[in-house]
Design a protein around this ligand. Structure first.
Ligand code: SF4
Length: 182
């Protein structure tokens, strides 16, 4: 069977979903018999070098760079999967969505208890920096998403089952213990 191509990225996420992916442990050896990784932090390939079968997106969109990268993945991936709550609904970063952006910046860079020296009360403002969005957007509000893998992070079993199903075209096995979150 021809190997499927996989790409992954983290937008406004904590890399916990990628860590959970790696929790498939020794099955990664089985996986690399079935797939080849392209652009991904897993193999550190920075740019797409070919059209990809399956793209996994961790994290939602909190800045302009996240939007550009998500659109690039949509263009280059036949199937796009939101994996993890941050990609699906914004997750923890979206806690800022009810707070005006000016207040968020004030707290983060000027008033917050963990702010170090900033006597001149400077807010980051450089054209090199990605533009912060008015709120954190789930991926499906920016581009079409084909599948959603819930969890924070999704369990390794769920990621494994979903990938095997997508790669082999077989129906996905979803035992109860893989999708219960209590
Ligand atoms: Fe991290 Fe959870 Fe968000 Fe995944 S869903 S990026 S583990 S906070």
């Amino acid at each position: 069977m021809e190997k499927k191509i996989i790409a992954t990225t983290s937008l406004a996420g904590c890399f916990g979903c990628h860590m959970s992916f790696l929790d498939i442990d020794e099955r990664i050896l089985d996986l690399i018999e079935l797939v080849e990784f392209n652009k991904s932090p897993i193999d550190d390939i920075k740019n797409f070098t070919k059209q990809v079968d399956i793209g996994l997106i961790e994290g939602g969109c909190c800045n302009s760079e996240n939007i550009e990268l998500l659109k690039l993945f949509r263009e280059n991936c036949n199937i796009l999967v939101s994996f993890g709550e941050c990609a699906i609904m914004g997750g923890l970063p979206a806690l800022r969505n009810g707070i005006p952006i000016e207040e968020c910046l004030q707290e983060a860079y000027i008033d917050g208890p963990t702010v170090g020296e900033n006597k001149q009360k400077i807010l980051p403002n450089n054209e090199e920096l990605p533009m912060l969005l008015d709120k954190v957007y789930p991926c499906h509000e920016i581009v079409k998403i084909d599948y959603f893998l819930p969890g924070c992070p999704p369990r390794a079993e769920l990621i494994w089952n979903a990938l095997v199903a997508l790669v082999t075209g077989k129906e996905m096995e979803l035992p109860y213990e893989v999708v219960k979150f209590d």
